[in-house]
Design a protein around this ligand. Structure first.
Ligand SMILES: Nc1ncnc2c1ncn2[C@@H]1O[C@H](COP(=O)(O)OP(=O)(O)OP(=O)(O)O)[C@@H](O)[C@H]1O
Length: 316
């Protein structure tokens, strides 16, 4: 079952410096399945926050359809919004002059529900910030504020969570801890849609990922499949040869070559792993000695760069 369906979502903003509208999100479609962590990954200005804000009803989109569980966001707005809770970038869904307990009770109250102090403490305990339950939020570290924001989200007890840049600005330890917490939240049966440009976060916890760039989704895929496709292709091969091989290598499609004396460093992308054996045969037939073959490390950075051509985002 899909808990969120986004179809042809379009959002344009007026610009101060020009009469033309800026297309922040350009007819994107994707869905989030029940029980999964779905990541919207993209550089600055890609349209991630605009997408999250459209889904949680914080801004009015121009075209398209958003469905949350069984409810169309435009036709059944309040029912649709009851199905989700959201953590906005920079823990903006908190009152910083209230304590974590007060925030939890206040925001649960707004939803017309009640939560006891002990239930709230249990959530803070789960997120390992119980000892900060009665301290004012603005005195807490960024990581603790982010956990408090997540606590408020969990206290709403919806099945679907939206998290905008959940690890932004966290130090290494908090980042690792937060990733583990999100996995624990998923294990509780929740579905999570998160936006991020943190590739390590995607690599570690996402089930599926949509890479978004300049308002468009450039790929939407199962994370494991994406990683497999890429891991099968990249090799670094070191070869020793007394002959000049450049032209021959070019003929078989190997163009990333550096050479120092008689050692060639080659970067090769194969479409299928059998191509590796063909290349090995090629070197044998040219009396070249293969010094080493290394499978290139696959990480999300490589995948991301390949789909966005290394685009680092919009500069506006
Ligand atoms: N209120 C607004 N008015 C005008 N333009 C906006 C507004 N909000 C966002 N934009 C523009 O829309 C585009 C998409 O912005 P958005 O915040 O959705 O991207 P993002 O992927 O979340 O980026 P970041 O990672 O930097 O937060 C950007 O070019 C941004 O400048």
């Amino acid at each position: 079952m899909n808990v969120i369906e986004v179809n042809d979502l379009l959002k344009r903003y007026p610009q101060r410096t020009s009469k033309e509208m800026l297309t922040a999100v350009d007819k994107i479609s994707f869905h989030v399945k029940e029980g999964e962590i779905f990541a919207l990954l993209g550089p600055n200005g890609a349209g991630k926050t605009t997408t999250i804000k459209s889904i949680c009803g914080l801004l009015v989109f121009d075209e398209g359809k958003i469905k949350i569980k069984d409810y169309d966001l435009k036709a059944k707005r309040s029912k649709a919004l009851k199905q989700i809770s959201v953590v906005l970038e920079g823990s903006r869904n908190l009152y910083h002059r209230l304590t974590p307990i007060e925030n939890i009770q206040y925001f649960v109250g707004i939803r017309g529900k009640k939560i006891s102090k002990n239930e709230a403490l249990d959530i803070l305990d789960f997120l390992r910030i119980k000892e900060k339950a009665n301290e004012v939020v603005y005195t807490l570290s960024r990581g603790m504020q982010q956990k408090t924001a997540l606590a408020v989200c969990l206290a709403a007890d919806t099945d679907v969570l939206l998290l905008d840049e959940p690890t932004l600005g966290l130090d290494v330890i908090s980042n690792v801890e937060f990733r583990r917490l999100l996995t624990n939240v998923k294990e509780k049966g929740k579905s999570i849609l998160l936006s991020t440009h943190d590739m390590a976060l995607v690599e570690e916890i996402a089930d599926r990922v949509a890479i978004i760039n300049n308002g468009k989704i450039v790929v939407c895929e199962d994370k494991k499949k994406l990683m497999d496709v890429f891991s099968a292709t990249g090799y670094k091969i070191k070869v020793r040869s007394e002959d000049t091989l450049e032209r021959e290598l070019d003929k078989i499609g190997i163009t990333q070559i550096t050479k120092e004396s008689n050692i060639y460093d080659l970067t090769v992308d194969f479409k299928t792993s059998s191509e590796l054996y063909e290349v090995i045969d090629f070197f044998k037939s040219h009396d070249a000695e293969i010094v080493s073959i290394e499978k290139q490390m696959v990480n999300f950075e490589k995948i991301f760069i390949s789909y966005t051509n290394g685009d680092r985002g919009r500069q506006n």
